[in-house]
Design a binder for this molecule. Structure first.
Ligand SMILES: Cc1cc2nc3c(=O)[nH]c(=O)nc-3n(C[C@H](O)[C@H](O)[C@H](O)COP(=O)(O)OP(=O)(O)OC[C@H]3O[C@@H](n4cnc5c(N)ncnc54)[C@H](O)[C@@H]3O)c2cc1C
Length: 295
């Protein structure tokens, strides 16, 4: 059936290499699923680096707003941790019915990399989204295939006194991880300003956790929320993440050493970081290219 399908399609070289890559990844994943056994002693990393062919059962699934679920997967034992690098992501695979290529999509867990026994994904479902719909359909006990660990950004504690983190919508997951990694490292004294843009009040994710950071780390963490379609009596600012907003709430890149990290939908990233033909808001504010990091 597969060879029949390949004959019918007659792929171009580019399509062929993507297809072959996908098939290889799928077959490799089927063949190489690891049986991870618990050892006594130091925790074992499930996603220590590179390939990590492993199937994990869903422990629980909770709707956190109208389109986003918190999915908790069980690691092989309580002596296992994800072991991902800071802001690292996991590549997930699924085989939707009727398709001969697997769907592969990355997700950045929101659980700490040293949390024993479980790994948590916060997944926004897109209309007709292949993997996000599959993940939202999973029931406790069903498994998900993980293929690899994808490294995150490089962060050196105290490399600058202050960072601005800018997130849009579901792009909050790596930004949350970076904030958590900086704040939970007792050696790291970096001050963080988070600017988080969302569509509506209910699209603001992880608010409780950020409120917790503000209480636990006074003077080191400040969050500013802005929503483009605020509810009536919304506690948040209204509108997009604009130049004026950033000028008002963040450190000037000219006054002190700072870096900015950005993760959001493509339109937001382009307006902030710019494109080949146009300067973005951050450069207009005086950030040098080497101060700007896009996930
Ligand atoms: C490193 C990395 C980490 C990520 N971490 C997370 C995470 O923690 N949580 C999470 O929910 N997502 C995360 N994503 C996005 C995720 O990988 C998928 O792209 C997303 O779930 C959509 O996949 P899909 O198969 O459901 O949609 P697809 O079938 O690929 O797309 C269906 C339609 O949905 C829309 N769509 C898809 N993706 C986006 C998007 N990002 N913005 C706007 N519209 C879109 C488009 O209109 C598209 O036509 C991450 C992406 C990267 C690169």
């Amino acid at each position: 059936m597969l060879s029949g399908a390949l004959h019918r399609i007659r792929p171009t070289p580019v399509v062929a290499s993507i297809a072959i890559g996908g098939i290889s990844l799928g077959l490799m994943s089927k063949l190489m699923v690891r049986n991870i056994h618990a050892d006594s002693g130091a925790p074992q990393k499930v996603f220590g680096g590179g390939l990590a062919m492993v199937s994990l059962p869903l422990e629980s699934s909770m709707l956190v707003n109208h389109n986003t679920k918190l999915l908790r997967f069980k690691l092989p034992s309580n002596n296992h941790i994800s072991g991902l690098s800071l802001t690292g992501a996991v590549l997930t695979l699924s085989w939707p019915k009727g398709r001969w290529l697997p769907v592969a999509r990355p997700y950045t867990p929101i659980s700490a990399s040293d949390q024993p026994g479980v790994v948590d994904l916060l997944v926004k479902r897109y209309p007709d989204g292949k993997q996000s719909s599959h993940l939202h359909s999973l029931q406790p006990g069903e498994t998900l295939r993980f293929a690899a660990a994808i490294p995150g950004v490089t962060w050196k504690a105290n490399s600058v006194p202050h960072v601005t983190l800018i997130a849009g919508g579901a792009g909050i997951t790596p930004i949350f991880q970076l904030a958590q990694g900086i704040l939970r490292n007792p050696e790291d004294k970096t001050v963080i300003t988070l600017v988080y843009g969302a569509n509506t009040d209910e699209d603001v994710l992880l608010k409780k956790e950020f409120d917790g950071f503000e209480k636990e780390f006074p003077g080191r963490f400040k969050a500013v929320y802005t929503v483009s379609r605020p509810f009536e009596k919304s506690p948040f600012r209204g509108g997009y993440v604009t130049k004026q907003l950033l000028e008002e709430v963040t450190e000037s890149p000219l006054d002190r050493k700072t870096k900015v990290f950005v993760c959001g939908p493509p339109s937001m990233e382009t307006s902030l970081v710019g494109s080949r033909s146009e300067q973005g808001i951050l450069e207009q504010l005086g950030y040098r290219k080497d101060q700007i990091h896009k996930f």
